[in-house]
Design a protein around this ligand. Structure first.
Ligand code: PLP
Length: 433
């Protein structure tokens, strides 16, 4: 018997989520990906050590930069995204902050949307500007002329969430990637809410995809992790990115011209912002993430079906004044959702309840099955008030543009029995009517 599923990218998504990137024959035939719990590796001989540090040979020296367990996780994501390279980091924010630093030097700019995860907005609006990197913001995620008006010679990327947090706007990736590429810029997306199963951003021109693997990729809620995946098609040598060119010139002979060109973003992210900033993902966490990814497609089908039922129930409820869920035909992003999310637009939705913040508080206190938590993407259902938690860094004057409201609750619909979820929300909303 010759096991080859690990390298067969013609296999279906569900098959690859179980097999891609791991060949047991290279790991004492252990069928489960082993946890390489070691801080460092024996280097062999002097010449090998020199080759490793010169990037002439693949291998492991110190776990802060690479680990065989993490490498399997990275290869699995490369396969699921159909990209060329990936990097695992300690958290979604480590991946996003490393991505911004990898793109920009002092004076450079990232154009982003106002409706983003609060931590990302805080980075671009408050933290990175103190280090000379500026976030420029557009209000409407799909107003191409607003992005275009902000593009200048310092711009290094357009950054959007494919499904925005917390009001679930759908980014028109094709329009955005066309615009970005016309200006020699990469389109960088956070695909955390969608997952590669529901949306593969590279198919619509995105160049770099970031994930909080803490969410659906793991699904069990036991670990924090991040992943960044590269498409391999963007030309980093187009004149806008001298820092990428420098690394390319230094390492193209050792690594190989074509290989480095198609993984340049990841190589620099790994060498500079993983290794020297130190946001290493522990191999035990990589193992947990791999366990989660094995069931991703099955969970997502169930999440989406439950979310559809919950959204329809909420839309018909007299105590609910708005439901933000793009698969609903009443949603302004419904056409984009049909195009980009034929399997359904994920399982996170938000609602505005009648009766203001006091009504929202009541619902939080009355739910018995939904957990009051800031996380999303767990198999178990969760609910939160974004304005006071995930988006607390925003000034009230910034709320509306970011899709945040005092009377809003964000729901992450889990894989429980839909009837139980609906019954829980029904009793929690009952006295508001
Ligand atoms: N991106 C999105 C859309 C998120 O919701 C989050 C966290 O909630 C992050 C990124 C950050 O991920 P992590 O918590 O793994 O650092």
């Amino acid at each position: 018997m010759s096991y080859e599923a690990y390298k067969d990218d013609s296999l279906g998504f569900t098959t690859r989520q179980l097999h891609a990137g791991y060949n047991p024959a290279e790991h004492y035939r252990a069928k489960t990906v082993p946890i390489y719990q070691t801080a460092a590796y024996e280097l062999g001989d002097f010449d090998r050590c020199v080759r490793l540090f010169a990037h002439e040979e693949d291998g492991f020296s110190y776990a802060r930069s690479a680990n065989p367990t993490n490498a399997v996780l990275e290869r699995r994501l490369v396969s699921l995204e159909e990209g060329t390279a990936a990097l695992a980091l300690a958290s979604g924010m480590a991946g996003i902050s490393g991505t911004f630093l990898n793109l920009c030097g002092v004076g450079d700019e990232i154009i982003a949307v106002k409706a983003l995860y609060g931590g990302t907005t805080n980075l671009l609006q408050n933290i990175l500007p103190r280090h000379g990197i500026v976030g420029r913001f557009v209000e409407n995620p799909n107003d191409l002329s607003a992005y275009e008006a902000l593009i200048n010679e310092k711009t290094k990327a357009i950054f959007v969430e494919t499904l925005s947090n917390p009001d679930l706007r759908v980014a028109d990736l094709e329009g955005l990637s066309d615009l970005a590429h016309r200006h020699g810029l990469p389109l960088v997306v956070d695909n955390t809410f969608a997952t590669p199963y529901l949306l593969r951003p590279f198919a619509f021109g995105a160049d770099v995809v970031c994930y909080s693997a803490t969410k659906y990729l793991s699904g069990h809620g036991v670990a924090i992790g991040g992943l960044v995946v590269e498409n391999g098609k963007f030309d980093w040598l187009n004149g806008r990115f001298p820092h990428m060119e420098q690394l390319y010139e230094e390492q193209k002979t050792a690594i190989g011209d074509e290989q480095l060109k198609s993984s340049l973003f990841t190589a620099r992210l790994k060498q500079h912002y993983l290794t020297d900033f130190g946001a290493h993902l522990s191999p035990t966490t990589a193992f947990y993430l791999l366990q989660g990814i094995e069931t991703l497609s099955l969970r997502m089908d169930r999440h989406v079906e439950n979310a559809r039922q919950v959204a329809e129930f909420l839309e018909g409820h007299p105590a609910v004044h708005t439901v933000f869920y793009p698969s609903l035909s009443s949603n302004p992003y419904h056409d984009l959702a049909t195009k980009y999310f034929p399997k359904g637009a994920g399982a996170i939705l938000s609602i505005r309840v009648k009766g203001g913040i006091e009504a929202a508080k009541q619902v939080l206190h009355k739910v018995k099955l939904f957990d009051y938590m800031v996380n999303v993407g767990d198999a178990k259902s969760m609910i939160v008030h974004p304005a006071s938690s995930t988006h607390h860094n925003l000034e009230e004057s910034q709320w509306e543009a970011a899709g945040v409201y005092a009377d809003q609750l964000r729901l992450s619909v889990g894989i429980e029995d839909a009837k139980d979820l609906i019954a829980d929300l029904e009793q929690a909303l009952a006295e508001l009517v």
